[in-house]
Design a protein around this ligand. Structure first.
Ligand SMILES: NC(=O)c1ccc[n+]([C@@H]2O[C@H](COP(=O)([O-])OP(=O)(O)OC[C@H]3O[C@@H](n4cnc5c(N)ncnc54)[C@H](O)[C@@H]3O)[C@@H](O)[C@H]2O)c1
Ligand SMILES: Cc1cc2c(cc1C)N(C[C@H](O)[C@H](O)[C@H](O)COP(=O)(O)O)c1[nH]c(=O)[nH]c(=O)c1N2
Length: 175
């Protein structure tokens, strides 16, 4: 089938512009993560839905980080981070870490511990992955960070949180 044969309803033909792409991406449900770092370049954190598993050997996930984000310099220089996947009751943290809020205020809103890398590990998160950034590459506005998982913890009775249609939705588990 070529493009001319497609039903025009809801089909975007080339060129696909930024807003078309974002409107389409708003239809993909995603987990919500607060990514944190600490180290010689200081403490920082941001919200990310662009996180996924790459391989289980060595256990590696990827995080896409906008180079314009205020956390970019610290994450890049520290080369270590913690992926904290939010539980249903933690949606307010997503807005704090996803907005223009000063770093100190973001971290003051929750309790944190540290494991191997020293990156802040969020108390009550559904899952936390303490990682070192093994390598990275750049595509467009974002850096793709490949993160080797050194330690992790999951809280199996936590309800999940997804971002879909530009809104948060709680997910009840089978516990
Ligand atoms: N991957 C990302 O960088 C990313 C993802 C989600 C949200 N955001 C930012 O958070 C804010 C709120 O987002 P929203 O979902 O309510 O509305 P939105 O209309 O800006 O975004 C809709 C969807 O498009 C994608 N998207 C948005 N900005 C992007 C970017 N710069 N690069 C790659 N993909 C992007 C995401 O999947 C997002 O959920 C916006 O400022 C948005 O840019 C960024
Ligand atoms: C739900 C949701 C999801 C995401 C974001 C936001 C929100 C609300 N943001 C944006 C990111 O969190 C924001 O740009 C940073 O916090 C930067 O803000 P400051 O530069 O620190 O003010 C974001 N940024 C990014 O680089 N990768 C991502 O996957 C996401 N995902």
């Amino acid at each position: 089938m070529n493009l001319a044969e497609l039903d025009p309803t809801n089909v975007t033909t080339p060129p696909v512009i930024k807003q078309d792409y974002r409107d389409a991406m708003a239809r993909l449900a995603a987990a919500v993560n607060v990514i944190t770092t600490d180290g010689p370049a200081g403490r920082a954190g941001f919200t990310a839905t662009a996180v996924c598993s790459v391989t289980d050997d060595p256990p590696t996930l990827l995080v896409c980080l906008n180079r314009a984000a205020s956390a970019h310099a610290a994450v890049t220089a520290n080369a270590q981070l913690c992926v904290n996947t939010l539980a249903s009751g933690q949606r307010d943290l997503s807005n704090l870490f996803g907005g223009k809020t000063p770093m100190a205020e973001r971290f003051a809103a929750a309790s944190w511990t540290t494991w191997l890398t020293g990156s802040p590990v969020l108390e009550g998160a559904a899952v936390s992955f303490d990682c070192r950034v093994s390598h990275s590459t750049t595509v467009g506005t974002h850096d793709i960070l490949f993160c080797e998982v050194l330690a992790l913890k999951h809280q199996d009775d936590a309800d999940g949180l997804v971002y879909f249609d530009r809104a948060y939705h709680g997910l009840q588990g089978s516990h």
